[in-house]
Design a protein around this ligand. Structure first.
Ligand code: NAD
Ligand code: ZN
Length: 376
């Protein structure tokens, strides 16, 4: 139904005098013209929509048609293979050539339509093309809607190292259409929920309780529950980003809860698990580590484990990677400082704390608690 949409919420955050609008609107992908007209700087010319081979056939035609409507924006579509392997310098170069062939200049824009792979890569290209042109994110996975598209981190991978090449480049507009999650595979949807649990566990006891009360509606993707989930997460993440855009004050670092062991598992399992699944395991391990260090009580650890169960997130690994490999990966963590791993731990739900003096034996025990035979 082109042109019809339901506004859920809209907020703005400002970094260095530049405004990013984040709009959550059901049906907005087919009604993008009204947004483009107000979000774009005057005189936008030739522009490119970057998407992947799964999302493109589902939504690109509607977006292109809408853009050609009242906004009168000529959009050429660049479609790449879906999956993490596309987040490469090689693919970035293919997009640069495409931009050159289509004469996209400083007055052009890039529109990213897809999951975190597409938004990270297209955002990186926008950050670097002609030293930076504006971009718009239309995230289509839950992971991208509540995390990857908010905060201006753009990146590509190099062999063996995720997200090591990147830039901060905030989109002018993040347009989130909760309705497009209807086509998202179950496993990707659930994996995205892990980031929502993360935001709740670190920043909001209220959101945590909301998950517990609405777990069934969330899992069944009831439109009102999904819209509220996105809206609440966007508000939390945008707030953190606005207060600490470049990870200087320590607040943004708290978003790393569950990601230290999570990234190590992701890497050591050869990226066979979804990022969110690894984050779920990493949060459980971090909660148990917090308990071992006498920071967190047993009932809070159990509450986190129970919520993961309610949301059908993994709580154990059948074939855990070798501890030695995990340990090596932990020490390569981007967020380590002077050779010490900085852990985001919990003192309670909504009470994070950062430690760099965690004994490695406690980390090993927390990791080993994830092997299925010892999982509760
Ligand atoms: N920049 C950041 O701050 C940040 C934060 C979190 C994650 N990330 C990055 O995001 C990436 C992961 O993103 P992801 O989990 O969205 O994975 P993804 O982009 O690979 O998407 C997952 C799968 O879903 C498909 N898909 C996307 N939208 C769909 C839809 N609406 N219907 C049907 N299928 C759809 C995709 O084609 C893909 O096959 C990683 O590279 C990660 O590093 C970045
Ligand atoms: Zn994450």
């Amino acid at each position: 139904l082109p042109g019809r949409f339901v506004r859920v919420s809209e907020l703005q955050y400002n970094i260095e005098g530049r405004t990013t609008s984040v709009a959550v609107e059901r049906g907005s992908l087919c009604a993008i013209q009204s947004r483009l007209t107000t979000a774009l700087p005057g005189g936008v010319s030739q522009s490119v929509l970057v998407t992947d081979k799964v999302v493109g056939p589902l939504y690109a035609a509607a977006v292109v048609a809408a853009a050609r409507g009242t906004a009168n924006l000529p959009l050429t579509v660049f479609e790449m293979e879906s999956g993490e392997a596309s987040k490469s310098l090689g693919m970035a170069e293919r997009i640069y050539r495409f931009l050159a062939d289509h004469r996209v200049g400083r007055d052009g824009i890039i529109l990213a339509l897809g999951g975190g792979v597409v938004t990270d890569l297209a955002g990186f290209v926008a950050a670097t093309w002609m030293r930076g042109i504006p971009w718009i994110a239309c995230p289509t996975t839950l992971e991208a809607q509540i995390d990857a598209s908010i905060g201006g981190k753009t990146a590509v991978n190099i062999p063996g190292a995720k997200n090591l090449v990147g830039a901060f480049h905030h989109p002018a507009l993040v347009l989130i259409d909760p309705d497009c999650l209807k086509t998202l595979p179950e496993r990707d949807y659930r994996a995205g929920l892990a980031e929502s649990v993360k935001h709740a566990a670190v920043f909001s006891p209220d959101l945590f309780a909301w998950h517990e009360q609405n777990a069934a509606a969330i899992l069944q993707r009831e439109p009102a529950a999904v819209a509220e989930l996105i809206e609440r997460n966007v508000r939390i993440k945008a707030g953190v980003v606005q207060r600490d855009p470049y990870e200087c004050t320590g607040e943004r670092m708290l978003l790393n809860f569950g990601h230290t062991i999570g990234h190590a598992i992701e890497e050591c399992c050869g990226f066979s698990l979804r990022h969110g699944e690894c984050v779920a395991l990493g949060m459980l391990a971090a909660a148990r580590l917090s308990h071992a260090l006498k920071l967190l009580d047993t009932s809070s650890v159990n509450r986190l484990a129970r919520l993961m169960e309610m949301l059908e997130l993994p709580r154990g690994l059948d074939q855990p990677p070798e501890w030695s490999a995990v340990q090596e990966s932990l020490h390569r963590d981007k967020k380590s400082c002077g050779g010490r791993v900085r852990w985001v731990l919990l003192r309670g739900i909504g009470q994070p704390t950062v430690r760099d003096d965690v004994p490695i034996d406690s980390v090993r025990e927390a990791f080993q608690s994830l092997s299925v035979s010892s999982a509760t």
